[in-house]
Design a protein. Structure first.
Length: 269
């Protein structure tokens, strides 16, 4: 009798225990993590979908390498040419734009290159090069670094020719901003990290608003045909939630210091 009672009690406990959450391992960029948006989205995703999202925070280049190796189920990055190449190579089933924010040019409040007068981001960089002002680059093959290089190309400037005024640190956004603060140098940053950065020193936001500085983020599900172990079903549930009304509501409502940081830009399919 005691054994039957124990078995019945265990069966009841198992039947009423909460189901184990699905887990999605997702490689994300440092700028996404620094923005604080994950702290808003992830608890809601777990509550509404029963999916626990584990973030691996790296630069875009490393995030894509993790996806290529099948070490994550999905990646969330912001470098469209790299995303398209990743899908074309068969590493992801597709890319899906979720939202965008923007890059800003930060520099010494005295603005020796007068970038506040520039009409375009490329023009601002050309002025920085012309006066040989100090510039800090992440230099880490991240999405931010790739955007910076594209803007230099648009300015007709090879940053490798700038000599000692060009400082590539090979580090994330926060570390690069710390270096820029110490050198009182110009730097390209995503707006979210700049707003939450605590060691601004004499730096100020000097230029923004050029459409070339818009920064779209896309979700790329790792191809289950290449890596059968990935949790593709959960990733597709996550994608549908992010592009749907709840994801849109939370992303558009997120602010830092009363500034909206992201615009939901997913197009229904």
């Amino acid at each position: 009798m005691k054994n039957r009672a124990l078995i019945a009690a265990l069966a009841l406990a198992l039947s009423t225990a909460p189901a184990l959450a699905e887990t999605v391992r997702m490689a994300v960029t440092t700028s996404f993590e620094n923005s604080g948006l994950a702290d808003v989205l992830l608890p809601e995703i777990q509550e509404e979908l029963g999916i626990e999202v584990e973030l691996l925070v790296v630069g875009t280049g490393q995030a894509l390498r993790l996806g290529e190796a099948g070490d994550v189920d999905a990646v969330l990055v912001h470098s469209r040419p790299a995303e398209e190449a990743f899908v074309a190579a068969g590493h992801a089933t597709h890319w899906r734009e979720i939202m965008y924010n923007d890059f800003v040019l930060v520099g010494p409040s005295g603005d020796p290159a007068d970038v506040t007068s520039a009409e375009t981001a490329a023009g601002a960089l050309a002025q920085i090069a012309e006066v040989d002002a100090a510039f800090v680059s992440r230099g880490d093959n991240s999405g931010t670094h790739q955007k910076e290089l594209a803007l230099w190309a648009g300015a007709g400037v090879d940053p490798e020719t700038l000599g000692g005024s060009y400082n590539a640190v090979g580090a994330g956004m926060g570390a690069a901003l710390n270096t820029a603060s110490g050198l009182n140098a110009y730097i390209l940053s995503d707006r979210a990290t700049w707003l939450t950065f605590g060691n601004k020193g004499d730096l100020a936001l000097l230029f923004s608003g050029d459409p070339e500085m818009f920064n779209p983020y896309s979700l790329l599900p790792v191809n289950p045909e290449r890596h059968p172990h990935v949790n593709n079903d959960a990733v597709m549930e996550l994608e549908a939630w992010l592009v749907g009304p709840r994801g849109e509501e939370l992303i558009n409502a997120y602010t830092v210091l009363d500034e909206t940081l992201f615009v939901h830009s997913a197009v229904p399919q």
